[in-house]
Ligand binder design. Structure first.
Ligand SMILES: Cc1cc2nc3c(=O)[nH]c(=O)nc-3n(C[C@H](O)[C@H](O)[C@H](O)COP(=O)(O)OP(=O)(O)OC[C@H]3O[C@@H](n4cnc5c(N)ncnc54)[C@H](O)[C@@H]3O)c2cc1C
Length: 463
């Protein structure tokens, strides 16, 4: 038994420590990235914050890197260790501790899986809107740590808008509680929202207090087939400007619709250049009024087709097809890099055209879709095979995509976070002075540099 394995099993039951290289190897990747730089030497599966505190105190003393991991569905190599060390797998801390209807709040352990939590909340007539499309597996701790968004971002915002308070274990093992369960608080620096989106670089989130909303009683899904991209973009702007903020407003291309048609009855026409999948929600009267407004905008702008799906169960087939797009593509290709640049809504057509030109000039297959309502576009670079030539072209494509998004007034990540994948571009968006400030904050939390080193900015972190 290695020294590390011996030390960890002195801190935790042996059933909570994995050191077999094959087990550890499985923790060297997230949903799409495999960074074989250094698999962890050990994986721990704690069940209490106290156990995490003991591990972090030990890791801090020994200066051993620790990488927190939720479900490993991240798309920017946030949870893949760069310097080996210990991976802290949070999946056993998965309880929903409280759903408080009176206060409209919930308290969960950070390893709780989003989808089942949302179902529990909805069974009580309440609503937790953030909906990253990985919701059947991703954890709330992972969502908080990446400020995850999803289709409902356009109306309801992202995970960050629902976090009221956290329990966190700091790198030296100290436990703190930030925020609380009130909808407002003005007490000192806002550490809750500093930890939210910190990608496991400042501490380990063990519990999360979340804000809930009343469950909207009525929903209606519609698909708009658009002749051109510009028409789709104009529709997005006009639908919102006319006073309807859809609960979801997704953009997909005809290529994606061809894949989705396998599960849609009747299939959608593939003659359009762009498709908008939208959901209206609210009171029945509100949904009716919004539907009429949607019809009139579609008529005025001469959309090719407006398909209103009356039945909620049928509507779910459309949303399931949309959710399953990425896994379907992953089955067809060997590898995929999903980009996450967000641009101002009115720049979506220019951005999509730039993506098409990047794809053509580099000879790459780039699938284009995303959350049109909030400008968050997900170009997906598909690998029919894995070789050095394609890897080099994909790297160049990512650089061009990120640069183009920034030039259009956008941001390099709308919801996936920086991780390792985007670290080299951070300086383009934030500049040196801001990065220096981030590093000083990191140092204040983590002077020994053990928490997820090598992430967010380059230089291998502080460890
Ligand atoms: C098919 C598919 C669809 C997706 N769709 C979306 C989408 O619509 N919107 C979106 O935003 N994302 C999406 N994602 C990306 C991903 O699901 C999200 O980033 C999600 O929030 C990650 O959660 P996770 O539990 O898997 O975290 P992980 O991937 O395990 O970790 C993500 C980051 O959080 C840190 N972390 C995890 N838990 C903790 C903790 N308890 N304390 C401190 N740090 C922690 C990790 O160190 C890492 O940096 C999608 C991914 C897939 C595979």
């Amino acid at each position: 038994m290695s020294g590390l394995a011996r030390d960890l099993t002195a801190l935790l039951d042996s059933g909570k420590v994995l050191t077999d290289p094959e087990d550890c190897h499985a923790y060297a990747c997230d949903a799409v990235y495999y960074f074989a730089r250094r698999a962890p030497e050990a994986v721990v599966l704690p069940e209490t914050p106290q156990e995490i505190s003991g591990i972090l105190r030990y890791a801090s003393d020994q200066k051993i890197p620790v990488t927190p991991r939720g479900a490993g569905t991240g798309l920017s190599a946030g949870c893949t260790p760069v310097q080996g060390g210990i991976v802290l797998d949070m999946k056993r801390m998965n309880r929903v501790l409280e759903i408080n209807r009176g206060n409209m709040t919930a308290r969960v352990e950070s390893g709780a899986v989003l989808g089942p939590f949302q179902q529990q909340v909805e069974a009580m007539g309440l609503f937790y809107p953030p909906d990253p499309q990985s919701q059947e597996v991703s954890t709330i701790g992972g969502n908080v740590s990446t400020r995850a968004g999803g289709p409902r971002g356009v109306k309801y915002g992202t995970t960050a808008h629902y976090v009221l308070g956290l329990e966190v274990v700091l790198p030296d093992g100290e436990m703190i509680r930030t925020g609380g369960t009130c909808v407002k608080q003005s007490v000192g620096y806002d550490l809750t929202h500093l930890m939210t989106g910190a990608e496991g670089t400042l501490g380990v989130i063990t519990k999360v207090n979340l804000r809930l909303l009343p469950l909207p009683p009525a929903h209606r899904t519609a698909v708009i087939v658009c002749e051109t991209l510009d028409q789709a973009a104009m529709l997005v702007s006009e639908i919102i400007a006319e006073g309807t903020i859809p609960a979801r407003l997704e953009y997909v291309t005809s290529g994606a619709v061809q894949l989705m048609n396998a599960t849609l009855t009747p299939p959608l026409s593939t003659d359009g250049e762009a498709y908008l999948f939208t959901e209206l929600d609210g009171s029945p009267a509100q949904v009716e009024e919004d539907t009429q407004r949607l019809r009139s905008v579609c008529d005025r702008l001469e959309a090719m087709e407006l398909r209103i799906i009356g039945d909620e169960r049928e509507a779910e087939t459309y949303w399931r097809a949309r959710r399953n797009l990425a896994p379907t593509l992953l089955r067809l290709f060997k590898k995929m890099i999903v980009e996450d640049v967000t641009v101002p809504r009115d720049r979506i057509p220019d951005f999509v055209r730039a993506l098409q030109s990047i794809s053509a000039s580099l000879g790459l297959i780039i699938g284009i879709g995303g959350h049109a309502g909030d400008g968050n576009i997900h170009p997906s670079i598909m690998f029919p095979e894995i070789n050095d030539d394609l890897e080099a072209k994909a790297k160049e494509a990512v650089r061009r995509i990120v640069r183009t998004g920034l030039e259009m007034g956008g941001t390099i990540s709308g919801e996936h976070g920086i991780g390792l994948h985007k670290a080299e571009f951070l300086v383009w968006e934030l500049g040196e002075a801001q990065i220096a400030l981030l590093k000083r904050i990191k140092k204040a939390f983590d002077p020994r540099g053990i928490m997820n080193p090598g992430k967010i900015w380059q230089e291998g972190g502080e460890a």
